[in-house]
Design a protein around this ligand. Sequence first.
Ligand code: ING
Length: 317
Amino acid sequence: MSRFINVAAAQLGPIQRSDTRSEIIERLLAHLRQAHAMGCQLVVFPELALTTFFPRWYMEDPEEVDAFYEKEMPGPTTRVLFDTAAKLGIGFYLGYAELTVENGRAHRYNTSILVGQDGKIIGKYRKVHLPGHAEHEPWRAFQHLEKHYFEPGQSFDVWRAFGGVMGMALCNDRRWSETYRVMGLQGVEMIMLGYNTPVHNPPAPEHDDLSMFHNQLVMQAGAYQNGTWVVGVAKAGEEEGCEMIGGTCIIAPSGEIVAACSTKGDELAIARCDLDLCHSYKSTTFNFERHRRPEAYGLITSRRGAIAPADVEMSPA
Ligand code: ING
């Protein structure tokens, strides 16, 4: 008997700085209701789905900065998402900026949660790969200060939910093969990941025309090489003068895109996902137990940066 989940990839168009939390929550609720009407059990929202992508600015006023973070989840403005999920029997993945106090110290993370069809939190993930830079770099058309505003997460976990093994990632994580493989080694069958990706990458403008190609490339490869579904969801369009890619899509364990958005606004891409398709890859081509050779992979965890043999002239880092 196949295990199906009807999944909605819930793309958001831009969120401007002046948009209020209640206006944004209304957009998320509209997605939940539409997905429910279309028979979905799970909705996947983007990264930082409650605010504009604020790491594009260098801000020094702590109050100004902390207004972008959620101090509790659910909180006063987000509680309605959980109540609606429980009422409709539809779960969701949500990306947001998390501020938490542990042992009297404040910690800030780029976070996602997975909420079940009963409206209860199943799991939390904190972004491991924080791109960009930690200090203000005025030469850039816009900043990318995730290393300034967030601490990195330390692990990729999976959870048994929705009839399968579910995993979470966030944005830049999708560019690193280790993200998928660590969850693949835990039997993941569906990876949910939201992203906010500017078209323009200031350190490498020559890549800009390939931003959509790279977006699909990494997610399709991750899906196929680990025999897992991947649901990639954009916050897209022009946010505060910064154009962000769309490309929201649902990818099967074969690596094929089975559903995709075609706009850069609020849009659902929906697919009926058969989790049993994963087995076809996990038991053959990517039967890790039969084919992997960890004894040859030591450098992957023992070395951070690339080191070429002495006689190869490499361009300066
Ligand atoms: N955004 C971008 C991402 O990885 C980026 C940052 C853009 C990195 C282009 C490299 C190239 O999609 C986030 N939020 O990680």
